[in-house]
Design a protein around this ligand. Sequence first.
Ligand code: UDP
Length: 331
Amino acid sequence: MSILVLGGAGYIGSHTALELVRAGESVIIADNLSTGHIEAVPEKAKFYEGDLHDRAFLDSIFKNEAIDAVIHFAAYSLVGESVTDPLKYYGNNLCGTKNLLDSMLANNVGNIVFSSTAATYGEPENIPILETDLTLPKNPYGETKLAIEKMFYWTSKAHNFRYVSLRYFNACGADKSGSIGEAHSPETHLIPLILQVPNGKRESVSIFGTDYDTPDGTCIRDYIHVTDLAQAHMLALEYLKNGGKSSVFNLGNGIGYSVREVIETARKVTGHPIPAVEAPKRDGDPARLVASSVKAREVLGWKPRYDSLEEIISDAWNWHRSHPNGFAENK
Ligand code: UDP
């Protein structure tokens, strides 16, 4: 298959592109490199630099390449920034994707796998969270992802178009090769921030909130290895290729770890004391987010391989230790 990976120079996009290349697929990446890294693009992938808003750019890719399906990662993803600058998120995530859909329909490309998020649920009603649970996002980031899912739904009713929307929980870890990994600027995610301490980049890590209604008072999240997420995208493509109906799937391990447990595991993996400082809660953080991925396991046949937090952090550490400045040192 020829797969167009939009946002394939980013964290989850590049890991998915790498797995696709390893599986022998023909991979075409488009990325505007606003947050992605050219160094993360696999050697065997074809690369186009350009933007989701540029209709002529998208049309030219569909004209030049015989694209069978699209995987769409190209989006802004900082929750805090989405609250202070909502229109940036509506403009890029929602309007950009509308432009992509126009181009796909005009060029008769009818299958897409979409990078969605647990942020579509907001404060969950039940744990573990099911795909049928209420979706009430607490921030514009989650709202734009949910609006895109709805745009796909109505488009699939009206046109020859099918989609799979994958709602990720906490993506983390890095490819086992250590050649690519997480490199955000600014970094806001827990595991890379923790690993900045043993890497000599910060003195301590902050624990955002210690009086949540959880056993140790800190937030609980479902941490899922980026390579397992990549595998789920490949299975979703296969599902669509085999005529599967449009659908939404949660992707997580179904195991919750608290912030304190993550820090403790990182201490064990790195052998560094990693001082932690208690800090106020971060706005909009639900106490617990844990996925039920039963549907993805049953329908897609997905089996996450890395359900040990220690292994996930160890893979992340392998990348961060060898790339303390992310991709920058390779420039
Ligand atoms: N967190 C923290 N300190 C940090 C960064 C994050 O305590 O410096 C907490 C955050 O409040 C959340 C969890 O770690 O409960 C995971 O946060 P992250 O930003 O990695 O992912 P999110 O769950 O927001 O998608």
